[in-house]
Design a protein around this ligand. Sequence first.
Ligand SMILES: [Zn+2]
Length: 204
Amino acid sequence: MICYKLGGKVINGDEENSLYTYRVASNGVFLEAERPELKVCVQLGTAEIRGLGEPLHEAIDFRLPRVPVEVVKDFLSQAMEFAEISLEVAGWYVYDKYLWNPKGGTRWFLHIPQQVQRRATCQPLPDQPAYDHTMIEIHSHHSMLAQFSGQDDRDETGFRIYAVIGELSHQPKICTRVGIYGYHWEIPSEWIFELPEELQDARN
Ligand SMILES: [Zn+2]
């Protein structure tokens, strides 16, 4: 995981009240956002700008333990079942710092929301309370590639972690990214998940 090194020039001023901050550094423009569980800085564009000192670098500070392997497998097995009938499925990972899950000894829970499932989409129904506590949204592309689609880009506009799994009919793969209000940065899945042996990072 990359460590944080702040710098650059803040250009949107009112930091306290903004959802995110743009920073202009000697190597380009960056977007920074923070919530209690996560702080992230992504590069939006490169440029050589003089007089701004040290360059900035992309960074993520994920402040929760990784999702344990058993809880990752929970979703994988759900996805496998629906893959048999060629349906996508969405899952929400919630981290509950107050409760202890006796089943897995972890505070990570998989919640399967009420949703409309189709061959090429899965759409959770609106107004489900668990969504507000969701830190990671994951969905399955069943036998199709573990790559975020254009539809995923349009849907995934929050500030949280997003993951997609696919190729379940031969070698299951997972792809993970941080979403910051419509900007996306793909990251190694192992930064967020403990991967079971049968699930490979699609980036490798
Ligand atoms: Zn998708």
